[in-house]
Write a new protein. Structure first.
Length: 174
């Protein structure tokens, strides 16, 4: 991911319990702390998007408009009285993306799709994935600009366009 021009981030795994069900349709129970130090960080995250979105908002508030970040981390859940964790990858891009020496391109759906294709190809999934419109879109996301990645005929990742309510800017997530 770094060789594709993105910066790696590490974020908190603890989030507010009101945010744990955002950016997903999956059915799971949240994993809350019994004695949190703060109500702002009282639940383990399920998706990395909420954490990257906070990093995005922080950067925008401090004048950084060109953001290309990713994180590889864990999401936590409880299903049928069993606790679990999954390794996840998330990318978030907005503003301009450097494509070469003195070359920049405004981030759009197709820029992050190209990064995802490069990643999938380098992982050995060439010609075994496709991008399709989701049948049941996620409510926090732009309904016409979301896609699911099908890998080996199984639903895999999602592309998402999110709008920052505070800054009126869009960012693309995967």
């Amino acid at each position: 991911m770094i060789s594709l021009g993105l910066n790696e981030t590490l974020s908190y795994i603890l989030i507010n319990d009101k945010e744990v069900k955002k950016f997903t349709r999956d059915e799971f129970e949240k994993v809350s702390l019994l004695d949190p130090m703060s109500e702002d960080r009282n639940t383990l995250r399920y998706t990395l998007i909420t954490s990257l979105y906070k990093i995005y908002e922080y950067n925008i508030a401090h004048g950084n408009k060109d953001i290309s970040i990713f994180e590889i981390g864990k999401g936590f859940f409880k299903k049928d009285e069993e606790y679990g964790e999954e390794q996840k990858l998330c990318m978030l891009m907005t503003g301009e993306f450097i494509t070469g020496i003195n070359e920049k391109k405004n981030v759009d759906f197709f820029v992050i799709k190209g990064v995802a294709e490069e990643l999938l190809n380098s992982l050995g999934y060439e010609n075994r994935y496709s991008f399709v419109l989701p049948k049941d879109p996620i409510k926090e996301l732009h309904p016409g600009q979301t896609a699911e990645i099908i890998v080996n005929r199984k639903k895999g990742w999602h592309f998402r366009k999110a709008i920052s309510r505070n800054y009126k800017r869009r960012c693309i997530c995967m």
